[in-house]
Design a protein around this ligand. Sequence first.
Ligand SMILES: C[S@@+](CC[C@H](N)C(=O)[O-])C[C@H]1O[C@@H](n2cnc3c(N)ncnc32)[C@H](O)[C@@H]1O
Length: 239
Amino acid sequence: MQQSNSTSLPGAEDKPAFVNRMFARIAPTYDLMNKLMTGGQDRRWRRELLDYCHLPPHGRLLDVGTGTGDIAYEGMRRFPSVQAFGADFTYEMMAAGVGKLPGRDLPFMQADTFKLPFADNTFDAVVSGFLVRNVVDRVAAFREQARVTKPGGRVVCLEITPPSNTILGPLFQLYFFAVVPLLGTLVSGDAGAYKYLPQSTVNFPSPQELKLHMEKANLHHVFFAERMLGTVAIHVGTK
Ligand SMILES: C[S@@+](CC[C@H](N)C(=O)[O-])C[C@H]1O[C@@H](n2cnc3c(N)ncnc32)[C@H](O)[C@@H]1O
């Protein structure tokens, strides 16, 4: 088992516990770090992800790996009739997100993305933001998200991707491997967590490969949009 402050990636078996402990530690400063790391662009990507959901009035939205709930809250703000739910296996992240929308509670539930506590065909859209980098079996994760999505509903995924543009590669590496860990250590006091972040992008599939993972999970008409000079992608699939 890895030490909690380890900077190397855990093995597949240890990864869920490692990820869970790491997010529990950084939960109090997670939102601030996101804003600093992305220059405030994260909110724009979450909004765009929600546009791709094509939610009907009074529809149901599930945000998996919801963390502090930002996608689900944004959904509640933009589409007031929609019923949103947030699921995550890290209690501390959800606790840090309670009460962000005055007058409306977001129902949070503690759940593993591989075993969502919902019946088949429950949601009009199932979304995730920066989750799939943290899981070992991405196809299984998408399959479980598709299971709880209604036929014709959408599974939408927002994630960091290795930039395809070769000129940008070294800049991305410098930012992710030098600037982010330094900023993360200053803000959260946790050097390990923000060294894990860049490492978790190293072997992450390209947008084209991630599209194939969604197709293997029986999602159809899969497409993706790249943002932030190809360092972020939004993938969309239909059940
Ligand atoms: C980088 S945070 C993203 C939070 C939020 N979606 C956002 O957009 O800011 C990743 C979240 O995924 C959660 N997570 C990782 N693996 C998970 C799993 N197997 N089941 C449920 N949640 C998981 C972590 O606890 C963490 O809160």
